[in-house]
Design a protein around this ligand. Sequence first.
Ligand code: GAR
Length: 190
Amino acid sequence: MPRLAIFASGNGSNAQRIAEHFSGHPGISVDLILSNNPAAYVLRRAEQLGIRSEVFSRDTFYHTGSIPALLQEGKIDFLVLAGFLWLIPADILAAYPGRILNIHPALLPKYGGKGMYGMRVHEAVIAAGDRESGISIHVVDDRYDEGKVIFQARCTVTDQDNPESLAEKVHQLEYRYFPEVIEKFITGRP
Ligand code: GAR
């Protein structure tokens, strides 16, 4: 049975939707939620969901090798980044080649890259006057937001939208599609 770990830096509303989607699933489980932020609300969600969580520092993440060890000890098969803001280091990429998915709240390759996350993305889309935005789900490599895109969904941007209302539209797309895209990504593998 494939096991997932979710990395999240903040609120964790996507992490919660993913965990709920796989709760009671016969073939896939969410076993671990990891965060770089000890104050992240996702940790409260993990507790309420009854899922083990771990917090790590920047030094632990980049310099100790203890995250791959923790994942392997938990027999984790796939990693999902759901609002996680740090670049994944080489040791984790090597342990999970082609097995890490990220969601980005815009239509990549637009509005990706370092520093482009959360509300900053929606503010940039509104400032540019784009008439559409959406979500991109991609395989993670060693650069921000550049791995192969496996799924996109779109929403309109109107004159009435502001960054907050656009964020809400994008979140609705994320909740609707991210869990099922993860499921298909895992179950559709050879
Ligand atoms: C989501 O909209 C996700 O796409 C975005 O952060 C938000 C996290 O919300 N990720 C990025 O911007 C990554 N560059 P959540 O914590 O409520 O799931």
